[in-house]
Design a protein around this ligand. Structure first.
Ligand SMILES: [Mg+2]
Length: 185
């Protein structure tokens, strides 16, 4: 297993919230994108890594396991343990999975195997259903281990270095021609 990776995650959505807060890199502000249409609540804190750009044109997303809910804009040091591969609206939209790195209660958690399998069933269920009443489809492809997550992080850091200043729609259009495997119709 490659070395431990602790990253600063900027929280967008507190654990237990049904408000879909969204960060805008251009304006550097967090706004309310929508209230989730159905009876769903974020099962864990949800945020992003500011130095990593995902194929959907947004910062790389992270689910942060913690006992507390953290407010939008707060940075939580997070130990990365794995990832959930997803396609949302035809675009690769990976969710890294991590645990709070500054709570001794989570010190023993180093890999996905250190959390209860049921936690992952809850996450999978959430992402498979949270857009149902919006009539939008999300395809949850499956979980990956710590090494896969770290490789994904490094790939997205390179994307941010190269394309972070590019307009989001332009970025997606360019990537669809250069990396069609990351997109589906
Ligand atoms: Mg995303």
């Amino acid at each position: 297993m490659s070395a431990k990776l602790i990253l600063d995650v900027t929280i967008e959505i507190p654990k237990g919230s049904n408000v879909k807060y969204e960060y805008n890199r251009k304006t550097n502000q967090i706004s309310v994108d929508r209230i989730l249409f159905g009876p769903n609540y974020y099962p864990q804190n949800y945020g992003f890594i500011s130095e990593a750009l995902d194929w959907d044109g947004d910062e790389l997303d992270v689910l942060v396991f913690a006992d507390q809910s953290f407010q939008p804009g707060i940075i939580v040091p997070t130990k990365i343990i794995g990832a959930l591969a997803m396609i949302d609206g035809g675009e690769t939209d990976t969710k890294l999975i991590g645990v709070i790195a500054v709570d001794p209660r989570y010190k023993h958690v180093e890999t996905m195997k250190d959390l209860s399998e049921h936690e992952f069933s809850i996450i999978k269920e959430f992402f498979e259903t949270y857009k149902n009443l919006q009539k939008k489809s999300v395809s949850v492809q499956g979980f990956h281990d710590h090494d896969w997550a770290i490789a994904e992080y490094h790939e997205c850091v390179e994307l941010m270095k190269k394309y972070g200043k590019m307009d989001k729609d332009e970025f997606i259009a360019l990537m669809k021609t250069e990396h069609p495997e990351k997109y589906s119709n």
